[in-house]
Design a protein around this ligand. Structure first.
Ligand SMILES: Cc1cc2nc3c(=O)[nH]c(=O)nc-3n(C[C@H](O)[C@H](O)[C@H](O)COP(=O)(O)OP(=O)(O)OC[C@H]3O[C@@H](n4cnc5c(N)ncnc54)[C@H](O)[C@@H]3O)c2cc1C
Length: 379
């Protein structure tokens, strides 16, 4: 059997769906192939997003609560409580994906569920026993990046494993998130607790085996006196952005191209931004204009940001636990640094970290970071 379409999208995550929605709205014939049997499932996300995300896709009943403060806990228990200047939301990720899927379908995109794409050869995709021919192929398959690597666009990435458990707890505050920095529990990353309505999502990520990560997360859950477990989730988090995102008429976007803020693993905002850039790019090529640069350079601030964020992650994730203690102590004394940091643009922390109130503030870690960032070979 065969099918002909103008645009074939692999993956019905938020990024694939956003690209499909954009292109269908502009009159393209779009088909989305999703291996799962439903949209938004299984959930592999903590569902914390800024209002920028809501501005891009529109507000819907996927929003669970507004977060007004973040508590950062160091390995030895020093805490810094930072009120949030921006609007940050805890969302129901499944409902969020379904919200975008409906927009894409209403715009005319056709979404095929239970349709794993097995292979891509030049302009055609193998979807079970179906051969799909397309003018443009968009791979938005998520962090595993199997096809993206197979077609030779992206290279192998450092991928962290994230694990989360949804629990009932009396100690959760619907407007507060907690972040746990501890190299013993979450080497090279961190743990978190995020309110989900009446429930609490406790999670963590790091470079460590699944069993060890699970026990680290349960250790955090115990600190919240959890009573019961509603569900477990796990998923990969990419770190390094790929500057190669295209081969001929095949494009990679979202997690598979490493379009995440490596410091936090947050990929929804950046993925949506680059989905918009890619849609504009395809429209332009299609209208016959000559387009030389890769679509990622349509968003120079964001591509710079994710590269810088990757460097930032490499720096902070290699700090020992006593540096985390010092850092959290420092943040507690200078909470304006995080308060003034722009949520989706973490590198702004550097400016505020070093220069505020007319004073230059250098702690050993900030100095090391600067040296690391100024090193052009460190990518
Ligand atoms: C534990 C964890 C917590 C996170 N927390 C946050 C957070 O709080 N905030 C935030 O912004 N981001 C967070 N993220 C990251 C966020 O989930 C991703 O950045 C986002 O989902 C990327 O969207 P995507 O569309 O690129 O990929 P995905 O959401 O992974 O979607 C890819 C889709 O492609 C499908 N697929 C894969 N291969 C094929 C194939 N061969 N054929 C057909 N379909 C295929 C998959 O089934 C999936 O539906 C978190 C990630 C993890 C793992």
């Amino acid at each position: 059997m065969s099918l002909r379409t103008e645009i074939a999208v692999v993956g019905a995550g938020p990024v694939g769906l956003r690209t499909a929605w954009n292109l269908a709205r502009h009159g393209f014939d779009v088909s989305v192939f999703e291996r799962g049997s439903e949209i938004g499932s299984p959930v592999r996300c903590a569902g914390l997003v800024s209002s920028r995300v809501l501005d891009i896709v529109g507000r819907g009943d996927y929003v669970l609560s507004r977060i007004t403060c973040a508590k950062i806990v160091s390995p030895s228990g020093i805490t810094a409580t930072i009120p949030s200047r921006e609007s940050v939301f805890s969302i129901d990720r499944r409902a969020f994906d379904r919200f975008i899927a409906k927009k894409a379908a209403d715009a005319g995109a056709e979404i095929f569920l239970r349709s794993p794409v097995k292979n891509i050869i030049s302009s055609s995709l193998k979807v079970r026993d179906l051969e799909v021919r397309a003018n443009y192929i968009i791979i938005a398959e998520g962090a595993e990046a199997v096809l993206s690597r197979k077609v030779g666009i992206v290279k192998k990435n450092t991928v962290l494993t994230g694990y989360e458990v949804l629990v009932t707890s009396d100690e959760s505050n619907p407007s507060e998130v907690t972040v746990f920095l501890d190299q013993r529990l979450f080497p090279r990353f961190f743990g978190w607790a995020i309110p989900k309505g009446e429930l609490l999502l406790v999670g963590g990520a790091g470079l460590l085996p699944g069993n060890a990560l699970r026990s680290s997360v349960m250790e955090i859950a115990k600190r919240f006196g959890y009573r019961g477990v509603i569900g477990h989730y796990s998923g990969p988090i990419p770190t390094r952005p790929s500057l190669r995102v295209q081969r001929d008429n095949i494009f990679c976007v979202g997690d598979c191209a490493g379009q995440v803020k490596a410091t936090t693993g947050g990929g929804i905002y950046m993925g949506l931004v680059f989905a918009d850039a890619l849609s504009e790019h395809i429209e332009e090529i299609h209208s016959g204009r000559s387009v030389r640069r890769a679509y990622i350079y349509r968003r120079p601030r964001e591509i710079r940001e994710i590269i810088l964020d990757y460097k930032l992650w490499r720096w902070y994730s290699s700090l020992p636990n006593d540096s985390y203690d010092r850092l959290v102590y420092f943040l507690n004394e200078n909470s304006d640094i995080i308060y003034r940091t722009v949520y989706d643009y973490h590198s702004t922390v550097l400016l505020h970290g070093m220069f505020t109130k007319g004073k230059i503030r250098i702690i050993k870690e900030v100095l090391l970071l600067l040296i690391a960032l100024l090193n052009p070979f460190w990518r």
